[in-house]
Design a protein around this ligand. Structure first.
Ligand code: ARG
Length: 458
């Protein structure tokens, strides 16, 4: 018999129970549910809304349930309607009538909003810790490869000289933004909704700020209707995770390309690659491909949340029970992706020699060659045209800017002198890009220091 069966004359149909039940997925919020109830009961007792001894009995009973669930002495009943009903029912079985006072001045609507906010707060912090782990791995690889000259790409065509460190530090910047986005989401999640009741708060003299303080919430929600019907925090979290996955997916795509025989910039550790069932020579970047693939799944979760909420009138509607599976899936997927991606990236071998040799094949110092002429007084557009002709000549002669003779240079412009060879040397091209945010060693070391500071400051 359901707790709410008072006004009903029939048992619910078994199909209804299965369809209605959320215990199979909201059971993962058992800790939040129990901690929330402990704070609520403590507040009820302190405010003399229920007798102090009964509040104490409830708190002790709830602590026992938590301990038993963690030890495995008590298991979740899959027949229960949801985690909130399950905990309350066990409590009443264990401590008797006092347990029936727990739900005073509370509804499952504000209870589930509370549980979900608490769950998100904890998970936001966990995701941030994993992001910091990946940032550490990027800083380590950047340090080891600070001098590894490679071509940077635009349109996937060789463009200008950078270093491997500078390339991967671009991803560090994305992850740093992810961290700050999650901080912002945390702030808006950190509002305590209990006391909103079903939607219209309560007539009992509750102290919501006490409950908030007991649970470590910074603020309380200020409108009871919004308190039970807001899921913005879940959508924001899922949106942050989608953006994070987009970054991991782009990074994965890069790793997949760099591991190919066409690039040969990276070699994955055997423990982080897989073979083919038919082609004995294959070493596949499955992990990176799956991270890329699972990104679509997290976008799907975000879409689910947005669509579930889009047509809902105030306040709580049962549709909102559909928020959890999508959100949990997004969190699980992003955490798993971060963990495995970090390990994979830590163990990858960077082929500096291949990075360097492919950098010398694509005229990526052509801009530097034009800049050389510009620094000798030629307007940039004229210099650009001359170097375009030079490149055309090189292609025709199967030469590079490095292998042309000075005489050949001088047939294109009398401004060329012996120092042109220093000006187009790739190492020099990188080191002279000293502008803040550029690929020079100085700038890369600064970027690494910023990442390190951010990780240690946590
Ligand atoms: N299992 C529900 C959910 O996840 C809890 C709230 C139910 N409230 C209600 N009045 N039916 O949303």
């Amino acid at each position: 018999m359901k707790m709410w069966a008072g006004r009903f004359t029939k048992e619910e149909d078994s199909l209804v129970n299965d369809f209605n039940s959320s215990i199979s997925f909201d059971c993962r919020m058992y800790r939040e549910d129990i901690e929330g109830s402990i704070a609520h009961a403590t507040m009820l007792g302190t405010c003399n809304i229920i007798p102090k001894e009964e509040a104490d009995a409830i708190v002790a009973g709830l602590r026992g349930i938590l301990a038993d669930l963690e030890s495995g002495a008590l298991s979740i009943d899959p027949e229960a309607e949801d985690i909130h009903m399950f905990v309350e029912e066990i409590l009443t079985n264990r401590i008797g009538d006092a347990g029936k006072r727990l739900h005073t001045a509370r509804s499952r609507n504000d209870q589930v909003a509370l549980d979900l906010r608490m769950y998100c707060k904890r998970e936001i912090r966990e995701v941030q810790t994993l992001i910091r782990g990946l940032l550490g791995a990027i800083a380590d690889q950047a340090e080891k490869n600070a001098d590894a000259v490679m071509s940077g790409y635009t349109h996937l065509q060789r463009a200008q000289p950078v270093t491997f460190a500078h390339s991967i530090l671009a991803y560090a910047q994305m992850l740093i933004r992810d961290l700050s986005r999650l901080d912002e989401t945390f702030k808006r999640t950190d509002f305590m909704p209990l006391g909103s009741g079903a939607l219209a708060s309560t007539t009992y003299p509750i102290d919501r700020r006490m409950t908030a303080e007991l649970l470590g919430f910074h603020e309380i929600t200020l409108n009871s209707i919004d308190g039970v019907s807001d899921r913005d925090f879940a959508i924001e979290f899922c949106s942050d995770l989608s953006i994070l996955m987009m970054h991991l997916s782009r990074f994965s795509e890069e790793i997949i390309l760099w591991c190919s025989s066409e690039f040969r910039f990276l070699e994955l550790d055997d423990a982080f690659s897989t073979g083919s069932s038919i082609m004995p020579q294959k070493k596949n970047p499955d992990i990176a491909e799956l991270v890329r693939g699972k990104t679509g799944r997290v976008y799907g979760d975000l879409q689910t949340l947005l669509v579930v909420m889009k047509g809902l009138p105030l306040a709580y509607n049962k549709d909102m029970q559909e928020d959890k599976e999508a959100l949990f899936d997004a969190i699980d997927t992003a955490k798993q992706a971060l963990k495995v991606f970090t390990r994979m990236f830590e163990t990858v071998t960077v082929r500096k020699d291949n990075l360097r040799s492919s950098a010398s094949e694509g005229f990526i110092n052509a801009t530097d060659c034009a800049d050389y002429l510009t620094k000798k007084g030629l307007p940039f557009r004229s210099a650009y045209r001359i170097v375009g002709q030079l490149v055309g000549y090189c292609i025709q002669q199967k030469k590079t800017l490095e292998t042309l003779s000075l005489d050949e240079y001088r047939t294109f412009s009398g401004l060329f002198e012996e120092d042109i060879f220093g000006a187009i040397n790739l190492e020099n091209c990188v080191s002279s890009r000293k502008a803040e945010g550029g690929p020079s060693m100085q700038s890369v070391l600064k970027q690494i220091a910023t990442v390190r500071e951010l990780i240690s400051g946590s």
